[in-house]
Design a binder for this molecule. Structure first.
Ligand code: 2IT
Length: 446
């Protein structure tokens, strides 16, 4: 395998798709050495096949806003890879959504899902619909119009969407209601992240953040460190940041920063139940700003235009969006003594930031390992739906624990260097790739 040649071919085919090309390059660079020890992969052209999505559906979504004006958005579903199971992955509603973003997310999802130990292929979808400033009624009409197109391409055993940025329990509800109406299919398992009364799994809302903190606990344990008393800066304030803040606080860490597109909240006394619950209110307001947190809690301060990475902390947890932590941010964190960074968002760090952390020898782990607890618990939700029963919180949490431990172990197996440093990026990429590649190989050329 020749990474530069593969990348040049891919760039020619998909010019300007920067996020997609970035995600593919990271994986190819990680797996090159192992891949070249497997001539059977080369012969079946596994890598040339694995970097392209199986198919992409693109559709127009037209809806009417509260003023009676007609609005048109674009909708997509990228069915990336089904070698190990039906397509599975979230839907993102965000104004910047485009094919490059959803292809990068679908590609990442393929390897992440492989790491979970559950039989799920990779997919992603969404729309350039911007939920900011929209009323609940507008969000409902948009979700219904989106499903009017999507429903023929999804199904319990074919493709199971869930939430992502801009899509939470409320949106999954609107989507599921319309799906049932159109498909006349009442199986509870065509979407995950559902409400508790209509097929949802206990702990799914918390799972991405909880799983991330379980993963961080394993990393710290291996490095002889303790999360108790550590200061944490996290970005975002949505579902993922909320779950991470909740579990981090429960484990005795102090969450001293959260952030939004408008700026950063410095929260020197850490979180409490009221503050954590307020994060949900901020998300539900559709305003996409974090500033009101400091109005509600006078011990916190808001600084406009600053990122969470400007706050001195032990552990940095990007929980918002891709490339939200760049090389300059990494330099600032390292200068301030940060000794661990775990991506909870997908591809939260730029290649420059990852390189800086690894060069400095601090603990660093990538999103596809750290945040896999979200989709893993979606997989557990699918299992419960197929069995027509609900597990207790204890049962789901134990399974999530076991899955995160196994993902951590896989990363260490494939990522431990001769000098003892664990390259979690390499470990996660090789472990995920090997499973999907082997599955493709065994199923022939198709
Ligand atoms: O990035 C992700 O793993 C998700 N947005 C969750 C996907 C899922 O199917 O639960």
């Amino acid at each position: 395998m020749n990474v530069e040649k593969l990348m040049a071919d891919l760039e020619r085919r998909h010019p300007g798709e920067s996020e997609y090309l970035q995600a593919v390059r990271e994986v190819l660079e990680s797996i090159e050495e192992v891949y070249n020890q497997h001539p059977e992969f080369e012969k079946a052209k596994i890598v040339e096949r694995i970097v392209e999505p199986d198919r992409i559906f693109t559709f127009r979504v037209t809806w009417v806003d509260d003023k009676g004006e007609v609005q048109t958005n674009l909708g997509y579903r990228v069915q990336f890879n089904s070698a190990i199971g039906p397509y599975k992955g979230g839907l993102r509603f965000h104004k910047a959504v485009n094919p490059s973003m959803l292809k990068f997310l679908g590609f990442e999802q393929t390897f992440k899902n492989a790491l979970t130990t559950l039989p799920m292929g990779g997919a992603k979808g969404g729309s350039d619909f911007d939920p900011v400033g929209k009323s609940d009624a507008e969000i409902m009409r948009f979700c219904q119009a989106f499903m009017l197109e999507l429903w023929r391409n999804i199904g319990v055993d074919t493709d199971v969407p869930a939430g992502d940025v801009g899509v939470g329990g409320r949106e999954i509800g609107f989507l599921n209601g319309m799906y049932q109406k159109l498909a006349r299919q009442y199986h509870t398992g065509v979407l995950t992240g559902k409400g508790m009364n209509w097929g949802g799994s206990i702990l799914r809302p918390e799972a991405t953040g909880y799983g991330a903190l379980y993963f961080v606990q394993h990393m710290l344990h291996l490095a002889g460190k303790d999360i108790k008393g550590a200061t944490i800066a996290l970005s975002g304030f949505g579902n993922v940041a909320w779950g991470a803040a909740k579990k981090a606080t429960e484990l005795g860490a102090k969450v001293i920063a959260i952030s939004g597109p408008d700026g950063v909240i410095y929260n020197p006394n850490g979180m409490n139940e009221e503050k954590i619950n307020y994060m949900l209110e901020l998300r539900a307001s559709n305003r996409n700003i974090v500033a009101p947190f400091a109005e509600k809690f006078p011990d916190a301060t808001f600084t406009p235009g600053k990122k969470a990475w400007s706050i001195k902390c032990d552990i940095a947890l990007p929980c918002a969006f891709q490339n939200e932590l760049n090389g300059d941010d990494a330099a600032e964190l390292l200068k301030n003594g940060t000794w661990c960074c775990a991506e909870v968002s997908n591809m939260g760090c730029t290649p420059e930031a990852i390189h800086a952390f690894q060069k400095a020898g601090i603990l660093f782990a990538p999103g596809k390992a750290v945040n896999a607890g979200g989709v893993a618990t979606s997989g557990l939700e699918m299992t419960q739906n197929c069995m027509h029963l609900s597990w207790s919180g204890k049962e789901v949490d134990e399974r999530l624990h076991t899955i995160m431990a196994s993902i951590h172990e896989a990363c260490v197996t494939y990522g431990k260097q001769a000098d003892g440093y664990v390259n979690y990026v390499k470990g996660a990429n090789i472990a995920g790739f090997m499973k999907v590649a082997q599955a493709m190989l065994e199923q022939g050329i198709y």
